[in-house]
Design a binder for this molecule. Structure first.
Ligand code: BF8
Length: 662
């Protein structure tokens, strides 16, 4: 990886150069000019009251420094981290709440533009929630599911509905250490209360509640959001699409959906293909309407409709600088306010759509689920009307890469045994045999403070070379997609021989795109299913699996990292540690969390060290589980393990002999 580059994506780098030549500032320039405050960066700045901000610095700060109130450094550092967890949890979970409200409005007929698309998933979820569904009208079941999910936000005591989806042993650990989440809102509010001036000062006690809050995010907010999105819009299955700036079309209206919420974007997908609007686009001189996405809204519509993605977080300004985007809708989260000002240098219209989020200089077209189609049509027309204003200005890029996305929990289960015997047995067997060394969830943001997307690319490639299967989400997926890493051919060329054998047998890429950031919850349920399948760990902790977010920047990433750690995954984040100032807090998050939950959260800036640490965790887990020792290059000659046609034949014969139909 060339550390001098601002982005590892060649097209992005080209646009950055163009911007420099034209004296247009981007996040890359701002990152260079604005160095992080070293006190805040390490977690040592306390600003929870106005006697400060207190900067707890000095040679013996850990032992000696204290704020005006007497708060020690470890308290301040722990408090700051817990506040990040609370903010991240609030973001995912507020998104989930809106999804639940939309499901309710769809079920009661109030949001007429939304219907239950995936009844099978609705029934699956109803089954988990112990809601009767057989013989009942679909909308009645959907209403009960929505109401049951909404209980999770306001519950004061007891536990979240989905706690029971975790393996029993994992649940027992949570009970033992007092981190079973009660209600989502309650945990977030309590986190804010405990971290306000003069309340909870014991670092371990604070962090323990941080983990409970994070679990409310993972097994609450994120999981609820993924499930409702599947129910309303369909559970993803593999689908082809394209990635990078070449997805913009010179001769069509380019409309980009950016942000996180899938509801309005879903309706835009539908509206943009309507004959009358395509005719309208033609009347303005365009050949058609080209819809694309950015960040996690992109992942949502890519997974379900094959809508192409222009990439992740650091691509948003660069996309505008192609001069080809006629309109960009933004909802919530990870929207750089800089795009509004930047868009004025081009012809792009930035349209804010959420009741919760406005940007000065943008046009606001407010969305609400009761008038979704109307809003979507208005937006598509605005994009079309803006097409004639396009100038020749901009850095036009043509390269794009094919990709395959859409690996939901349900599909991964299906691909390992067909409809009759969907299971996780083959995957567990492949790990037990050492064909697959382990698994890594490669998630999180891309970041202008490193060669953007470069750490994702490096780790994705090195992990698959080491026979580690990669499950990617969020901007990690965008980074892999814009590098051309999300195709099965990648397995042939780059994966280690054991992993390659498995990928070839099933016809999957070695890097599986699981969706948006909220879809990290799919990794939790997959790990739970693998534990239930047997042969590996009986709980999530102890699996040869690791979470990595090498370029993280968002508080949401911290919430995710912590719910992974509390669930039993060792997690490694890149960049400087936000708890670096306190050795005590660092030790709690690595050693103590590992003893209690078999999970941990490390911060390591060097990507090569991240790789080594991840492989060490995987190999140690294999050893503890007494699995066959992983030997590089051991497999490759044999081709039998996951020949699914052969498996089905064997099962068919077995069924015939036992007289079982199917
Ligand atoms: O939720 S990976 S930059 S877009 S926070 Fe944001 Fe980070 Fe991207 Fe999606 Ni997740």
């Amino acid at each position: 990886m060339d550390k001098l580059l601002k982005s590892a994506n060649t097209s992005a780098e080209q646009i950055i150069k163009w911007a420099e030549e034209h004296k247009i500032e981007t996040c890359f320039d701002r990152a260079e000019k604005l160095k992080p405050c070293p006190i805040g960066e390490s977690g040592a700045c306390c600003r929870v009251c106005h006697m400060g901000p207190c900067r707890l610095i000095g040679k013996n700060a850990e032992e000696e420094a204290m704020g005006v109130c007497g708060a020690h450094l470890s308290t301040v550092v722990a408090r700051n981290l817990v506040r990040m967890i609370a903010a991240g949890t609030a973001a995912h979970s507020d998104h989930a709440r809106d999804m639940a409200m939309t499901l309710l409005a769809a079920a009661t007929g109030e949001a007429k533009d939304f219907k239950i698309k995936d009844v099978k998933k609705l029934y699956r979820v109803a089954g988990i929630l112990e809601i009767e569904f057989e013989g009942r009208p679909v909308n009645d079941v959907a209403k009960d599911v929505a109401l049951k999910f909404l209980e999770d936000f306001g519950r004061q005591t007891g536990e979240l509905n989905y706690v029971k989806r975790a393996p029993k042993k994992t649940q027992e650990r949570w009970k033992k250490w007092g981190i079973t989440p009660r209600g989502i809102d309650r945990e977030v509010v309590e986190a804010m209360h405990r971290t306000s001036i003069g309340v909870d000062h014991e670092p371990d006690h604070l962090l323990t509640h941080g983990l409970r809050t994070a679990l409310a995010d993972g097994w609450g907010g994120c999981m609820v959001s993924s499930d409702i999105t599947d129910i309303l819009f369909g559970t993803p299955k593999p689908i082809k699409a394209e990635a990078s700036f070449g997805i913009f079309k010179e001769d069509e209206v380019n409309l980009i959906v950016h942000g996180h919420e899938p509801t309005l974007a879903e309706i835009i997908v539908d509206v943009a293909s309507s004959a009358d609007l395509i005719e309208y686009a033609k009347s303005k001189g365009a050949k058609g309407i080209n819809l694309g996405g950015m960040c996690c809204t992109a992942n949502e519509v890519l997974m379900r409709h094959g809508i192409p993605t222009a990439g992740g977080f650091t691509n948003q300004e660069l996309g505008i600088m192609t001069g080809l985007i006629d309109a960009m809708t933004v909802d919530v989260q990870c929207i750089m306010p800089a795009i509004a000002e930047l868009s004025k240098k081009f012809h792009t219209k930035i349209i804010t759509t959420s009741k919760k989020a406005m940007i000065q200089g943008a046009v606001h077209v407010e969305y609400d689920e009761h008038h979704a189609r109307e809003t979507a049509e208005k937006i598509v027309r605005m994009a079309i009307d803006n097409y004639p204003n396009r100038t020749k200005k901009g850095s036009h890029i043509t390269d794009k890469f094919p990709l395959i996305a859409g690996f939901s929990h349900e599909y991964i289960e299906y691909m390992q045994g067909g409809r009759w015997r969907a299971s996780f047995r083959p995957l567990n067997d492949a790990i037990m045999a050492g064909r697959i060394r382990g698994a890594v969830g490669l998630a999180g943001c891309d970041n202008p403070r490193v060669p953007s997307t470069g750490l994702h690319r490096f780790l994705a490639m090195e992990l698959i070379r080491n026979d580690v299967i990669v499950l990617s989400t969020g901007c990690g997926s965008a980074a892999c997609g814009t590098a051309g890493y999300l195709t099965p051919e990648m397995a042939l060329e780059n994966a280690g021989p054991g992993l390659r054998e498995v990928c070839e047998a099933i016809g999957i890429p070695p890097i599986l795109h699981l969706g948006a950031c909220v879809d990290n919850s799919r990794i939790l349920t997959i790990a739970a299913a693998m534990a239930a399948e047997g042969g590996l760990s009986e709980e999530i902790g102890g699996m040869p699996a690791v979470g990595i977010a090498p370029e993280w920047m968002s508080e949401k990433a911290i919430a995710i990292g912590c719910y992974f750690a509390a669930s039993g995954f060792p997690v490694i984040f890149g960049g400087e540690s936000p708890v670096k100032a306190s050795k005590e807090v660092t030790k709690l998050m690595t050693e103590t969390w590992f003893e209690r939950f078999k999970g941990a959260l490390h911060f390591e800036a060097d990507p090569e060290k991240i790789l080594v640490l991840a492989l060490e965790y995987i190999d140690k887990a294999r050893e503890a589980l007494k699995l066959r020792k992983y030997v590089p290059g051991q497999f490759g000659a044999e081709r039998v393990l996951m020949d699914m046609a052969a498996r089905r034949e064997i099962e068919k014969t077995a069924r015939a002999h036992s007289g079982v139909g199917g």
